[in-house]
Design a protein around this ligand. Structure first.
Ligand SMILES: C[S@@+](CC[C@H](N)C(=O)[O-])C[C@H]1O[C@@H](n2cnc3c(N)ncnc32)[C@H](O)[C@@H]1O
Length: 327
């Protein structure tokens, strides 16, 4: 969007029903009472995973889920009847054992009568390599609705079809295009990169391997991930709420699409960055990866794609033969 047309909106520090943007500095448990019942169209968040990150104290999994279920009851209270909740989580790992958090969270939402519409797999190509299990390359988003009547703007998030020229080969529509000119449903497996290191390192040598959006936060959402949920699950002027907003990625996705945004965060350093990013968005200097930008496909000719000379003896033939295949 051309920044000439961006109208700067004030950022409130407490909830006001007629505000456009609210950023609260402090714990969600303290803040949430300010939000009226049934006012939020979309709650979207990535909660603390109890992994012992710098912003959390690790407790037992039972204690963690109990405190989360108290907060989730409050999130249910503020959600509109036709509203949605998107809960993005990965795994909790203890002594090498994996606890898939979405499975553990599911009964909490179900007990409130919420209905699961999709369990979205967010797949990314890179990350740490595990030694005693397969390396983890996805996280999930549980999309729940509060009722059967819910907003779903599929046309706003359709993606280009791989074979738009496909035609029906039998039946009454024989010979007519079988797809949709507006594009296809993006499905429940989303490939949105966490770090665009492939493009930045491979195409532009000597540039640091940072995603354009990266801040000091250890596990920030790509804005693009939230944009798709905002466009599909809300309408303009609706409220989008991230109770664990970190550096404000969900708020920016909401603001970009003319939704109202509310978030809170207990670490003041992240709140400050969220504020700066909102300001940068309005003045046109925020760097972000645009929605729908294809994930870079390496050609195999890049320097980092070559087999190192010192490995040539050690590498099994079956791997040498498959060089160039990227899974
Ligand atoms: C997984 S991160 C979310 C990151 C966020 N999606 C982003 O894009 O920056 C979870 C965040 O929740 C914050 N947090 C943890 N407990 C909180 C609480 N009780 N109230 C508010 N924020 C909290 C942490 O400081 C952390 O920034």
């Amino acid at each position: 969007m051309n920044n000439l047309f961006r109208s700067v909106k004030p950022v409130e520090t407490n909830f006001k029903p007629d505000a456009s943007i609210v950023v609260f500095s402090g714990a969600v448990e303290e803040f949430i009472a300010q939000i009226p019942d049934r006012s939020i169209a979309l709650v979207i968040t990535s909660p603390p995973y109890n992994l012992g990150k710098e912003y959390e104290d690790r407790v037992s999994i039972e204690e963690y889920l109990q405190s989360q279920s108290r907060l989730i009851a409050q999130l249910y209270r503020v959600l509109r009847e036709n509203g949605s909740l998107c809960w993005q989580v990965g795994n909790f790992v203890e002594k090498g054992e994996v606890y898939p958090l979405d499975i553990l969270y599911y009964p909490i939402f179900k007990a409130l009568g919420m209905q699961l519409r999709n369990r979205i797999i967010w797949k990314f190509g890179h990350g740490l390599h595990a030694a005693k299990r397969f390396s983890g390359r996805y996280e999930t988003i549980l999309w729940f609705t509060k009722s059967d009547e819910y907003v779903f703007n599929l046309d706003a998030v359709r993606v280009p079809a791989k074979y738009p020229g496909k035609r029906h080969f039998k039946g009454p529509n024989k010979g007519k295009p079988s797809g949709n000119p507006l594009g296809k449903n993006p499905s429940d497996v989303w490939e949105i990169v966490v770090q665009d290191w492939d493009e930045l390192v491979w195409d532009i040598p000597n540039v640091k391997s940072n995603h354009p959006e990266k801040t000091i936060h250890p596990c920030q959402f790509p804005i693009e991930l939230v944009e798709r949920c905002v466009l599909a699950l809300t309408n303009e002027d609706d409220w989008v709420f991230d109770p664990y907003m970190g550096v404000g990625s969900a708020l920016i996705a909401a603001i970009m699409h003319n939704r109202r945004a509310v978030g809170c965060e207990k670490e003041s350093a992240y709140v400050e960055i969220a504020r700066q990013r909102i300001t940068s968005y309005f003045n046109g200097t925020l760097r972000y990866r645009p929605l729908g930008k294809p994930v870079y496909q390496p050609t195999g000719r890049e320097r980092v794609a070559q087999i190192p000379d010192e490995w040539k003896e050690a590498m099994p033939t079956r791997l040498v033969e498959r060089k160039g295949e990227y899974e």
